[in-house]
Design a protein around this ligand. Structure first.
Ligand SMILES: [Zn+2]
Length: 399
């Protein structure tokens, strides 16, 4: 994932310090990556400048105040003022002097202290297990925890998610920046899960429940959006991309101009139940020929089980269906790449090249370059990393 990803306990003291973690209420404010842009007002300026400086230092730059002024376009006076605040908060530390050979007076170098705050990230997208982690500010895991949670006919009790968050918060050994939770389904900007059919959830105020129980600011986001954000922050994802997740269903995260698009009903990217063949197989939603009836893991597994000799053909046909279905969205939004996260059958070169050919067959023109369809190289922690990135974006504006 990130360069020197650490695992649980690897040379890191996990003993909680007494009196911490304390939620960092003063750090709130920069707009969420999951809500639309709004015009900045004068009260936002200081926060914006602070985010600019943290952004330039992220993840591992070592720069002087003069460097920061050049990089951000802010005046030296403003930079000194903001840096002074960041030093007081412990988010930035001094780390030696600039070299004599550089032009101008030697200055003090500054860097982000990745251990100054921690983030609790929770992934609800996996079957039968709720996964959680504490990460540092670079998205690196310093502690893991999980709860087994078979989802029965009654759905999933949100109290289990609260319990996992409580446990993680208790293990943090630096002040917490926030909690980020990735959930299947549609989620509004306040962290209310509007609908997650697998969990039997209808308007569950998950952010409110977790904040109430832990006192830590909490954000909740759709899991495919979270994975897309991780691909952008920690993978090779560009600022404009369609991130497609193939699992029990098919979902997508839409990133345009470095922002996750959520849509009017918070359902952007919910493409699994869009009909691609009105004469196709019956779908659990009551329609026929939804994308999920042809491309999801259960649909592919079943088709291959019935005709094992046609495996390669079945996978190629599914890829062509997917590419055909995505072409219009890719064309409308002028996206240069589609990133696919899925099981091995959909991560192989045959699947990806067939999907890429199908997209480009429909979009080929002199107006745009060839669209790239590639797999995500981020591993099973992609959603946890995405929530760490979401908290970082929401709480201190670093993208
Ligand atoms: Zn359907």
């Amino acid at each position: 994932m990130t360069g020197d990803d650490r695992q649980v306990g690897a040379g890191h003291d996990l003993t909680p310090h007494p009196g911490v973690p304390a939620p960092m209420a003063s750090l709130s404010g920069e707009r969420s990556p999951f809500v639309p842009r709004r015009k900045a007002n004068p009260a936002d300026v200081r926060r914006h400048n602070r985010s600019l400086i943290l952004q330039v230092l992220f993840p591992r730059e070592r720069l002087s105040r003069a460097d920061l002024a050049r990089a951000t376009g802010l005046t030296r006076v403003v930079v000194s003022d903001v840096v002074s605040g960041l030093l007081d908060e412990g988010l930035v530390v001094e780390t030696g002097r600039t070299r004599e050979s550089r032009p101008g007076k030697p200055g003090t170098l500054l860097r982000l202290d990745a251990e100054a705050r921690q983030i609790v990230a929770v992934d609800l997208s996996q079957p039968a297990v709720l996964r959680g982690a504490i990460t540092n500010l670079l998205g690196q895991t310093v502690h893991r925890d999980e709860l087994t949670a078979e989802v029965g006919p009654a759905g999933l009790d949100p109290a289990l998610v609260v319990e996992l968050c409580r446990r993680l918060v208790a293990r943090a050994d630096a002040p917490l920046l926030g909690i980020g939770i990735a959930s299947p389904g549609t989620v509004d900007a306040d962290g209310v899960v509007l609908a997650a059919s697998n969990f039997g959830w209808d308007h569950v105020d998950l952010a409110g429940l977790v904040t109430g129980a832990t006192g830590v600011p909490t954000g909740v986001h759709n899991d495919a959006n979270s994975a897309a954000l991780a691909e952008r922050q920690f993978g090779q994802g560009s600022a404009d991309m369609l991130f497609v997740q193939i699992a029990r269903g098919v979902g997508a995260g839409v990133m345009v101009d470095d922002r996750i698009i959520t849509g009017a009903a918070h359902a952007a990217g919910e493409i699994g139940h869009v009909v691609i063949d009105p004469q196709g197989p019956a779908c659990s939603c009551g329609k026929r020929g939804c994308l999920e009836t042809e491309v999801s893991v259960p649909a592919l597994s079943e088709a291959i089980r019935r005709e094992p000799g046609r495996r390669a053909e079945i996978i190629r046909a599914a890829a062509e269906r997917l590419g055909g279905a995505l072409a219009m969205a890719v064309g409308v939004l002028d996206l240069p790449e589609v990133v696919v996260l899925g099981p091995p059958a959909t991560g192989n070169d045959d699947f990806l090249s067939a999907a890429e050919a199908a997209v480009n067959l429909r979009l080929r023109s002199g107006l745009r370059s060839r669209i790239v369809v590639r797999r995500s190289h981020l591993g099973e922690d992609i959603v946890l990393a995405g929530e760490s990135a979401a908290v970082l974006r929401e709480r201190i504006g670093v993208i």
